[in-house]
Design a protein around this ligand. Structure first.
Ligand code: IPD
Ligand code: CA
Ligand code: CA
Length: 272
């Protein structure tokens, strides 16, 4: 049903998820990365190694951008690049909270070709391939039908330096919850996006995400009929600072609220 690229992403995510599931709740090494409360565990690294090894065995000429090992492989710009978050939700994983995922996407020339997000504890596998729609465990999924922001169910996240309120992200949050809208913070941006795609949430917003957090989730939302833009409603690409993903119907409304807090325009990616 899917092409070789997508099948390879699925196979790699399942293998990595098996390792994470085995490690979940056991005692393992936890290290601090740059930034407050930014953790990495030995399982982030083990998951990443198995994913890259698996993809390389099928596509030896492709390149990689992966959270823990950075850029590797073919430096030819025209090659397919795999964008990998081996464990999205590390803080949850480190605290034995079963909300985390593996996120793998293949990208070429500013186009996401396929994306897979896998929640190993629930055994939920989200898959999208350009032009074929999105699926959860083989069943087609669609975004929700809600049309009113004020009766929407939303999810968000915060960067590790939230204490310095980068880009006014705390003000964004306040501007939404002040309207009485229920908002969740799950701690895995890849799952946040996948859950918008299958209609569990009507929308998601966050700043300063990395390509590996969102590449797979973005195509899963888009192929499920949703919309992903920057806060100013302009086209989103993986190095942009702001991201809003919705069912499409509440999109303009949420953009308007976030833009009214004076954020999301003219912020450079390095201005954190
Ligand atoms: C984090 C999660 C979290 C988001 C952070 C990300 P990590 O990724 O996606 O939901 O709010 O911005 O950095 O560190 O668990 O891979
Ligand atoms: Ca991540
Ligand atoms: Ca990660």
């Amino acid at each position: 049903m899917f092409n070789q690229l997508t099948n390879c992403a699925v196979d790699s995510a399942l293998k990595a998820g098996k390792i994470l599931k085995e490690g979940f709740g056991t005692s393992f090494e936890i290290f601090n990365k740059i930034g407050k409360n930014n953790l990495v565990t030995e399982y982030d690294k083990r998951s990443e190694s198995i994913i890259i090894e698996n993809i390389k065995s099928v596509f030896p000429d492709h390149s990689f951008v992966a959270e823990e090992s950075g850029n590797s492989g073919n430096i030819d710009n025209d090659s397919i690049k795999w964008v990998i978050d081996p464990l999205d939700g590390t803080v949850n994983f480190a605290h034995s909270l079963p909300i985390f995922s593996v996120s793998i996407a293949a990208v070429k020339n500013k186009e996401i070709l396929c994306g897979v997000v896998y929640h190993p504890i629930l055994d939920e596998l989200f898959i999208a391939e350009k032009g074929t729609g999105s699926f959860l465990n083989d069943k087609p999924i669609k975004v929700s039908k809600s049309t009113e922001l004020d009766s929407a169910f939303l999810v968000t996240g915060f960067p590790y330096n939230v204490n310095s309120n980068p880009c006014g992200c705390i003000d964004h949050f306040v501007s939404i919850i002040q309207r009485g809208i229920p908002v969740r913070r799950l701690g895995s941006a890849a799952l946040d996006l996948a859950y918008v795609a299958c209609g569990r949430f009507d929308g998601f917003w966050e700043i300063n995400l990395h390509s590996w957090d969102v590449a797979a989730g973005v195509i899963i939302v888009q192929e499920a009929g949703g919309i992903v833009t920057q806060y100013n409603n302009e086209k989103y690409w993986l190095d942009n600072q702001t991201l809003i993903a919705t069912n499409g119907k509440i999109h303009n409304q949420i953009c308007n609220v976030l833009i009214k807090c004076g954020c999301g325009i003219n912020f450079g990616r390095n201005q954190k």
